[in-house]
Design a protein around this ligand. Structure first.
Ligand SMILES: C[S@@+](CC[C@H](N)C(=O)[O-])C[C@H]1O[C@@H](n2cnc3c(N)ncnc32)[C@H](O)[C@@H]1O
Length: 233
């Protein structure tokens, strides 16, 4: 029995190591996975879009085919520079190195993928609401801390499904590092319920859903200021 107790953690460690190695050989992006959800939720009016924390610019590229103009902002110098180089000859796109709270203007769409937990939640949502045009859309793919058994069960399901999706999306095993250089990452502090409470207070009618692959989605449409609706909190 003593031997069994001693070997169980070692066995678990080997399994985790093997799964980790498999995931690295069949990589895929949990963030890009939600681009389809974003495209399905675009607003009717498609003048100007803003991607906050644009990273390497994959989402900016997708939006550039669908909007008259796309602004991508990232506070990180390397990310902004890499994106700027990528879109150097693309008149439909402007990339700037700046923090979201310094952005001004009016947007029909604001997207935030894996970036909201880098900012103060309440002020970031309030700022997004101010920047949106009437009936403009905010689409967030976010990360939340697993705080409840329900959150942990979902994370466990994501962990099990991750290598299967990897095998489908990246069937040929990668031999070395793949893709772009890594971007700045941060562990989320707030739980789904905590984020939901703030979103509902700041963005009345916002819809949040727990998702697989360690993400939630949040969507909100700014009500038209035609005198019928309450001013935003
Ligand atoms: C985890 S990465 C996600 C990048 C990209 N959205 C994606 O889906 O691949 C988060 C990005 O947000 C940027 N970021 C963090 N805080 C920011 C802020 N206050 N304003 C703008 N960008 C920010 C980071 O520099 C980083 O590139």
């Amino acid at each position: 029995v003593v031997t069994g107790v001693r070997t169980a953690p070692a066995l678990l460690g080997r399994i985790v190591g093997a799964v980790d190695g498999f995931n690295r050989r069949h990589p895929w992006s949990h963030n890009d996975h939600f681009h389809g959800w974003i495209v399905r939720g675009l607003p009717m009016r498609r003048g100007r879009a803003l991607d906050v924390g644009c990273g390497h610019g994959q989402l900016v590229e997708l939006l550039a085919d669908r909007f008259a103009h796309v602004d991508g902002v990232d506070v990180d110098a390397d990310m902004a520079e890499a994106s700027r180089r990528h879109f150097a000859d693309d008149q439909r796109v402007t990339i700037r190195r700046t923090a979201f709270d310094r952005v001004s203007g009016s947007y029909d769409l604001i997207t935030m993928v894996a970036v909201l937990h880098h900012m103060d939640l309440q002020s970031a949502l309030q700022h997004a609401a101010r920047l949106l045009s009437d009936e403009g859309r905010l689409l967030v793919v976010g990360l939340a801390r697993a705080a409840t058994p329900r959150d942990r069960a979902r994370d466990l399901a994501s962990t099990v499904l991750n290598p299967i999706v990897g095998l489908i999306k990246h069937p040929r095993a990668a031999s070395g590092p793949v893709g772009e250089p890594p971007f700045p990452v941060l562990d989320p502090v707030l739980s789904f319920e905590e984020i939901k409470a703030v979103s509902e207070a700041v963005l009345p009618g916002a819809r949040m859903r727990r998702r697989l692959f360690f993400r939630y989605t949040l969507e909100w449409t700014r009500p038209p200021l035609n005198g019928c609706s309450q001013p935003l909190p």
